[in-house]
Design a binder for this molecule. Sequence first.
Ligand SMILES: [Fe+2]
Ligand SMILES: [Fe+2]
Length: 311
Amino acid sequence: MTPPTAPATLERSESLDLFDAVGDTITELVATHKSRREHWYFQDFVPWEAGRNFRDEPWDESQCTLAPEVRTALVLNLLTEDNLPYYHARLATAFPPDSPMADWSGLWTAEEGQHAIAMRCYLLASRNCDPRGLENDRMVTVQRGWKNDFVDPIEVFVYTSAQELATRISHRNAGVLADDPVAYELMSRVAADENHHFMFYRGVVTAMLEQNPSLVLDAMVTVFEGFEMPGTGIPKYLRRAIAMAKAGVYNLRIHADKVVSPLMRDWRIGDLTDLTPAGAEAQEKLMAMPDKLLEAAEHFERRVGILPKLA
Ligand SMILES: [Fe+2]
Ligand SMILES: [Fe+2]
């Protein structure tokens, strides 16, 4: 078999060599995903019976049945899903086109595509969002696009592991807090897809750690220190993200307790040995990260009045 060829934008690097070294594992993980994934149809989850014509009966906030913070969370999460073309582009160009990632990125894109369709249909049929506002925001969001600094193959897998897990939690929490069986069922369904994506990316990182732990730890520090959800270009992002944080859909405490700490445990970061001095330093930084995040979470919670201020 001829070795995969890197696209012109990718230079050979230690990271790309590590990516090649785990090629068989990626092929196996794609096969596992295909056997585990459940095929579903968004139309089965949408309350079509609640739908009315917006021209004859324009939208008004009084028609909403969900709490404002839950609507904010669902809209922000939907607009984040709307930016899929940019995520696909990033994933498709981060790896050689003849690598096993080509198979994955096609399937992953197809699965992600249904999330925005399903959430938009739910929000419009149930009148839980301003349809014109949503479309205006989608236009701005997609025109702004999305990019992040993680272009190195290892960083891409570390970032996507954390991002898929975070998205799973955010979708699921939005569904739970909606206190509406239809929203709960739909968001649990979407979250189940995100969980499968998370398991794929986490599995690739696990294999990389076995081969070259020091290199991977270094990439992890870069990713976790600069971690941002991929929605920062969305209009009113900060205001919306703060509302979601206060509501407990997604915030720094959840990020520390439900994303960073579990990943550190899953990848056994604290148990890794035979590290280079740089790897050992990265390990130390990573192990300290959950506590640092929790400190920042407490600071935020005091500022917004969730925790009492210290005397
Ligand atoms: Fe998604
Ligand atoms: Fe996903």
